[in-house]
Design a protein around this ligand. Structure first.
Ligand SMILES: Cc1cc2nc3c(=O)[nH]c(=O)nc-3n(C[C@H](O)[C@H](O)[C@H](O)COP(=O)(O)OP(=O)(O)OC[C@H]3O[C@@H](n4cnc5c(N)ncnc54)[C@H](O)[C@@H]3O)c2cc1C
Length: 392
């Protein structure tokens, strides 16, 4: 069968995956149409740690310097109990050294601005206020060579199109309150701190210049109707007697940055494409925030997909008639990504279940779970997992 070159790609969703993909495909000379439901780039959310695998992709995007300029360089991750006793420490410098890329913590709004500016600088544009509906997908798919759904975990219409609405995100039993804070104290500039109590957690990631992003989390019933302010009141009550660093965040966070998320993920899916419609990022494999890998895996998807498409197109030019067709390419994309993204999902679930189960349930679970960053996982294990599949 004669393979058709992919020339025009439609991307639904200008989040991390959609913007990264748009930049990479424009750099390769493809035509791209990006549809975004919001009126502008969504900068809501606190921050992201770009681990070395994400920095590998940032380099391919030509954005490693830009994120290094805005972001912080975490050097160690410390895990404490809720009385401030240090329980474990991970040397991030060592992981960086083994991986060959630095880890960078960055505010989400800065990351999104960097991605959007790059796309615009390359001549790309985003069709804002364009909320695509599931019934629009077929028509878009007729007009372009490939439709990529990068429309997130909760309400992906492209996933809905692929699975006839039979896949629903599942609530994982805990709430995250996230925000940013500006502290006077710069002493812990290079740290990621993870405080854990009984089915409660408070994580603080320093960025730069006293700026931090943080997340308070605890096990709770799913309750959509509860007034938003009551979640914030509960957070203050729960964490008011926690170590000084947590108290400092509770006293200095920026109220406008607050957000509460009843945390869902989706179980691994049996496929990510049908015909010329594909999903990537959270739409395809949303892991829990406890994996620390959602954005990193979304970025990896963009890079892997463009690498495979490029191979498809160059083969098409060289040996017309004998090349892989688009279905083979999309199958290869799924095969090359499913194990790693499933591992990230499993790591997120295992760690969440350890943290957010009551202490009796937690002590019954395995004590050698390598998903516990900073506890039993080694720098070498992290390198092996994070850098898997990433070659120049
Ligand atoms: C509390 C929390 C903390 C996290 N911390 C980290 C971290 O430290 N490190 C990390 O790697 N990951 C982290 N993550 C995960 C990370 O945020 C996600 O994995 C990442 O944003 C996924 O990117 P995406 O582009 O696939 O989806 P999104 O970023 O959700 O983007 C989807 C985009 O699609 C748009 N859209 C949706 N529907 C439509 C439609 N119908 N038409 C057009 N546009 C549409 C949306 O408006 C949005 O702009 C965290 C997540 C949470 C909840």
């Amino acid at each position: 069968m004669k393979a058709k070159a992919v020339k025009h790609i439609a991307i639904v969703g200008a989040g991390i995956a959609g913007l990264a993909l748009a930049i990479l495909v424009i750099k390769k000379g493809y035509r791209v149409s990006v549809y975004e439901a919001n009126a502008g780039i969504k900068t809501m959310g606190a921050g992201i740690t770009l681990w070395p695998n994400a920095m590998f992709v940032m380099q391919k995007l030509g954005l490693d310097k830009a994120v290094l300029e805005k972001g912080g360089l975490p050097m160690f991750m410390q895990q404490y109990d809720n009385e401030g006793q240090l329980k474990a420490e991970l040397d991030i410098k060592e992981v960086n050294r083994l991986c060959g890329y630095r880890s960078v913590s960055i505010l989400r709004r800065d990351l999104m601005t960097i991605l959007e500016n790059k796309l615009v600088a390359l001549g790309g544009s985003i069709r804002f206020s364009s909320a695509i509906k599931a019934q629009d997908i077929e028509a878009i798919a007729r007009d372009v060579d490939l439709v990529v759904g990068a429309d997130g975990r909760m309400r992906s219409v492209v996933r809905q199109h692929l699975f006839n609405d039979s896949v629903a995100p599942s609530y994982q039993g805990f709430v995250n309150i996230i925000g940013t804070a500006q502290l006077e104290d710069h002493a812990l500039e290079e740290a990621i701190q993870d405080y854990r109590g009984d089915a409660e957690r408070f994580g603080i990631v320093s960025v730069k210049g006293g700026r931090s992003y943080w997340a308070a989390a605890w096990a709770t019933q799913f309750d959509k109707k509860r007034p938003v302010t009551s979640w914030y009141e509960e957070m203050h009550e729960r964490f008011q007697a926690w170590p000084d660093r947590v108290k400092a965040i509770l006293n200095h966070y920026e109220p406008a940055s607050l957000n509460h998320i009843l945390v869902h993920d989706i179980a691994p899916l049996p496929y990510w494409h049908k015909d010329n419609v594909l999903i990537i990022g959270d739409a395809a494999h949303a892991p829990l925030p406890t994996s620390g890998q959602g954005a990193c895996q979304a970025l990896e998807d963009a890079w892997h997909l463009v690498t495979l498409l490029d191979e498809h197109n160059s083969q098409e030019r060289k040996q017309a008639g004998k090349t892989n067709n688009l279905q083979e390419i999309l199958n290869r994309f799924y095969q090359s990504r499913i194990d790693k993204t499933t591992a990230a999902q499993n790591i997120g679930r295992r760690l969440a279940s350890r943290i957010f189960s009551s202490s009796s349930e937690a002590s019954a679970s395995s004590k050698t779970d390598s998903s516990q960053l900073g506890a039993s996982v080694s720098a070498n294990q992290l390198r092996e997992f994070w850098m898997q599949g990433l070659t120049n």
